[in-house]
Every structure is written in C-alpha cells, then in structure tokens.
Design a protein around this ligand. Structure first.
Ligand code: ASP
Ligand code: MG
Length: 426
C-alpha cells in the first residue's frame, strides 16, 4: 500500500471478536487513531460485539420459530448500532474527532431480500464531507436500507461485504479487514501445521477458496473486491495497537489482481476442504437423452443446490448417476428422489453417502501449467485414497473422497505441491 501517500483514504473493518468488550473497542480506537495521526482519511466499519447477533436472533426465536424476516433485520441491525456509537466515543477519548452512522443514515441502499440483502448503491456525500472536515467516520457493517425505507441486513458475516463496498464507493486506497487470524493460509493450520500465510492471493483464487470452504471472508465481499478492484488485506487485530504503522500496513495477506507485477507465480496457492456435502447415487437408469434433467430437474425445483455431478459410461444401455448436495439437504433431496423421480425413471437403486469430503487445489498457475491434475491424482493414489468424483475449473481441481482420508489428503497434497516452502509464502 502507498501508505507514504499522504491523506490516503483507508477503510478498516473490525470483526466481532475485536469489538468484544469496551476494553477491546478502546484498542481498536488506539489503532485507528494511530492511522489518523499519520495523516490518513479513516473510515471504520465494525461488526456487532461478539455473540451479540446470535443473542438478538435468539430473542426473536423465543417469540416465534418462524419470524418475519423484515422484523428479524430490524432486530439484528441493532448490534452494529451499539458498536459504532461505542467506537466513536472511544475515538473521541483518544482525542480524535469521530462520528458514527448506521446503514440507513449513510444511506447504504440494498434490495429488499431481508436477512440476505444485496448492496445496490452507497451515497458517499455525507461521509466525504465529514472526512474533509477531519472526522474519522464510523459506519455500521452488515446493514442497509431498502427502497421502502426498511432496515435490511446482508447475511451472516456481512460486515466484510459492507466494508469492501464502502471502500469501493469511496475509491479507498485499501480496505483492511482486521480479524482474529493473521491472514490467508495455504490451508487450515489446524489440519496441516506446516501451512503458511500467503503474502498475496488473487481475487479469483480467494473466491474459489471461500466457496470451497475457507471461512476467512464472506464470499460476497470477495466478489465485490474483485468486481470493483478494491485492494483488500486480511490482517490480525490481536497485535499491539501501537505497533509501527509501516510494519502493520505490510502484514497479513493482500488480495489483489493478477496483473499486479509483484504477484509471485506459484502454480498452486492453496488447498481447501469441505465436509458439508453428501453424495447421492442413482444406479441402473436407462442411458438416454433427458435422463439427467429427469433426475436433477425436480431436485432444483425443490431449491436444493447440486454441486458435483458425474455420469458413468453406460453398460448395456444402463448407467449410474451421482451428485452431491449440502449435507443438511440430503434428507430433503432423497425425499424428492423417491417421491418425484423414482416413479418416472424406475432406477434399480438410490443410495447415499454422508461420509465424504471434498478436497480442492486452487491456483491461477494452473492456467499455464499442465500436469497439476495428474500430480494430484498420483499423490492421492500413493496414499491409497480412492477418488469418487472429480470436477475442475480453470483454476481449481476438486475431488470427492471418503471423509476419513481428509487430513491425510490435505497434508500429502500440501507437501506434493511444495506449499510449505519458504518461496511460496509470506
Ligand atoms: N454481526 C453480523 C454477524 O454476526 C455481521 C458480521 O459480523 O459480519 O453475522
Ligand atoms: Mg466475520
């Protein structure tokens, strides 16, 4: 980041853990005050205090199991309102001029999809006016206003998206996401202790990592960052708030675009995994045109997302068909198959397996390197791990394997692709 650039406009986002107590909020204020004193124009987007959103949603559930989503948003949005007010007070105590706003005051305009609203526009005038007058502006994460004047929220973890969207609207130099991990790793360090923090990763890779199971950022925030080219950095909020600013500004993981000259060209950037899927096999169905839509049409009509799909080579005019769904939706999918699909297609057998996992290797280097898939398959074969399904995109290869081999698969792939090497990471 060009922190030497005097008066750069910077957005900071702080998660619930960083905002967890008035003491921690004062640490956030110290950190923000340091950036402000260095001459930067600061906008801060905090989440609710940790546990607060769950508490609020829990209150609603005490009244009804099926709450009106509009009222849920009205309730859930209050968590962030408390946070911004407390943070503004803490900044003032640091001798910094500060002003807080809720989403509807800015306003941050969204559609009316309560509990999962999408940001449509952000009015930057008020915020820019305050920045010009020397204020630090504190804006609630997670919420906005629809065109009927109702408060909306962006879905769990939505403050990440608020921060990136605000950074895009204000054309900020960089959006720094302060969180309880110190960056994005080659894989989850709890599975592979040799995992390394990446100094940089591209938006596309980050998007794959997020949708394949890495939980560092809300997926939508990465989409936003990619679309509007917002330099986004994930870094730790647990360091000393007074740590040297230059050092802090280079820490964590920078999410950026590919044509950034200094982007190192590792073939593989990371390994993601996900235990949330289950596999369904429809065996012994006639192999003729339309069979896939006869099976998957009713599943889609029931609003069940299908991830991987595989159809075997046919044998005597019959074939087997497998696909994966979210584990929570397995029972629902099986019910659709037995009620709506089976009477039509008369499959020999319908079975399911919840003991599977998906392991993926991700890297933009795959575009220009051949042999990544074969190296992945050889590595798994050498460990005696059977691959049940495969799917690929331009920058990722995913396999479905038995759940019990997940750790072994992640570790051996991490090693095979040299991800623990110094040269690969931060
Ligand atoms: N407070 C909201 C949540 O807990 C939004 C966020 O933290 O990003 O989901
Ligand atoms: Mg979060």
């Amino acid at each position: 980041m060009s922190i030497e650039k005097f008066m750069a406009l910077i957005v900071h986002k702080y998660g619930g853990t960083s905002m967890g107590s008035t003491e921690r909020i004062q640490n956030v204020a110290r950190r923000v005050a340091k950036w402000h004193r260095a001459g930067h124009r600061m906008v801060v987007v905090p989440s609710a205090m940790s546990g607060e959103t769950n508490r609020l949603l829990g209150l609603a559930k005490e009244i009804t199991e099926t709450p009106d989503p509009r009222e849920l948003d009205q309730i859930a949005a209050t968590g962030e309102q408390v946070s911004v007010g407390l943070l503004a007070l803490a900044l003032q105590k640091q001798g910094v001029k500060a002003r807080s706003y809720t989403g509807w005051q800015v306003p941050v305009r969204t559609n009316s999809a309560y509990t999962k609203a999408r940001i449509e526009s952000i009015d930057e005038k008020r915020v820019l006016g305050d920045l010009d007058a020397g204020y630090v502006v504190v804006i609630t994460g997670f919420q906005g206003l629809d065109d009927q004047g109702s408060v909306t929220t962006l879905g769990r973890g939505g403050s990440d998206t608020s921060a990136v969207a605000i950074a895009a609207a204000l054309k900020a130099e960089e959006c720094l996401i302060y969180t309880d991990v110190d960056g994005v790793y080659t894989t989850d360090p709890r599975v592979e202790p040799e995992a390394r923090r990446l100094a940089k990763i591209t938006f596309e890779e980050m998007l794959e990592m997020a949708s394949l199971g890495s939980k560092v950022l809300q997926i939508r925030s990465v989409e936003f960052a990619g679309k509007y080219r917002v330099r986004t950095r994930v870094l730790s909020s647990l360091t000393d708030p007074e740590v040297n600013l230059e050092q802090e500004a280079q820490s964590g993981t920078l999410i950026t675009y590919e044509d950034d000259e200094t982007m190192e060209q590792a073939v593989i950037s990371g390994i993601a995994f996900n235990r949330d899927e289950a596999k369904i096999t429809v065996a012994g169905v006639p192999d003729r045109p339309g069979i896939a839509s006869k099976i998957l049409g009713p599943v889609a009509a029931a609003n069940i997302d299908v991830d991987m799909i595989i159809q075997n080579a046919s044998h005597d005019g019959m074939t087997d068909f497998s696909f994966t769904v979210h584990r929570n939706e397995l029972q629902k999918a099986l019910a659709v198959l037995s009620d709506k699909v089976q009477p039509e297609i008369q499959a020999r057998d319908i079975s399911s397996d919840g003991q599977i996992c998906k392991v993926s290797v991700v890297g933009i280097g795959m575009r220009s390197h051949v042999g990544v898939a074969s190296q992945m398959f050889e590595t798994l074969a050498a460990e005696g791990i059977n691959i049940q399904m495969i799917s690929t995109s331009e920058i990722k290869i995913s396999v479905v394997i038995a759940d019990k081999y997940m750790e072994l698969a992640v570790r051996s792939l991490h090693k095979a692709f040299g991800l623990a090497d110094e040269s690969h990471a931060a």
